[in-house]
Design a protein around this ligand. Structure first.
Ligand code: ADP
Length: 222
């Protein structure tokens, strides 16, 4: 069965961490628009140059750019049995684009909204560290690496993302409130399958258990 999962939630709600765990359980790729955009910036290609300023200031990248990135990624062979979208859609235009794409293919997605308390979000984002090589996320408070400042998986020195500085975090959260949060209502209005899970104070593993149970429940599979 096609497993099309959209992980939705504020920056810092744990979408990336959850998607990374979930991809092993569902055996479908984790598609993160943020990671894809950062990869283009690292490559220094034309697209990377175009999006760098928006990302570094915590603003959203233009819809046309991410719509196209996602569409190209979804056409890859490994996404044909399913996928986990993380960080997309984030605007009404993107949501309409995605719904059109899914409906044209008869694919029924499941949107999972990770609900997290605002204060928890701010703590998480300010303590976040990432491995620049494999993308694994850590948090100095809630999910530290075994050795301080070093990735458990490949020994790389961890970095603070450019957009995890405080003023930028504020801007990212403002973008979420104005552009992305209204999509919850939009998904409901359009009759999409939406599950909301309280993700404020659960370990990633406990949350994964709930998410998997939701995905595999008869109401969802039917
Ligand atoms: P977070 O969810 O913690 O903000 P992401 O890695 O998902 O982190 O996104 C980082 C940045 O990438 C965003 O602030 C935005 O500039 C850009 N971005 C990612 N996904 C999208 C999207 N779907 N639409 C527009 N911009 C995006």
């Amino acid at each position: 069965m096609m497993q099309a999962v959209v992980l939705f939630g504020s920056p810092g709600s744990g979408k990336g961490t959850q998607a990374n765990l979930l991809k092993n359980c569902l055996k479908v790729p984790h598609i993160s628009t943020g990671d894809m955009l950062r990869e283009h910036i690292r490559d220094g290609n034309a697209l990377g140059v175009r999006v760098a300023a928006s990302m570094q200031s915590g603003n959203l990248v233009r819809d046309e750019v991410v719509d196209q990135l996602v569409e190209e990624r979804l056409a890859e062979p490994d996404a044909q049995a399913g996928f986990i979208l993380d960080g997309y859609p984030r605007t009404r235009q993107q949501a309409e684009h995605l719904i059109g794409w899914l409906d044209a293919r008869g694919i029924r997605e499941l949107v999972i909204h990770l609900i997290v308390d605002y204060n928890v979000i701010v703590t998480r984002l300010t303590g976040r560290r990432q491995c620049p090589r494999c993308g694994t996320l850590y948090n100095i408070v809630s999910n530290p690496p075994r050795v301080d400042g070093v990735c458990d998986l490949d020994g790389q020195a961890l970095v603070i993302r450019d957009d995890d500085r405080e003023s930028v975090i504020r801007q990212r959260l403002a973008e979420y409130e104005s552009q992305s949060r209204p999509l919850i209502e939009f998904f409901r209005e359009k009759g999409r399958r939406l599950f909301e899970i309280d993700a404020s104070d659960q370990t990633p593993e406990a949350l994964l258990f709930q998410v998997c149970r939701t995905i595999k429940s008869p109401a969802v599979e039917g």
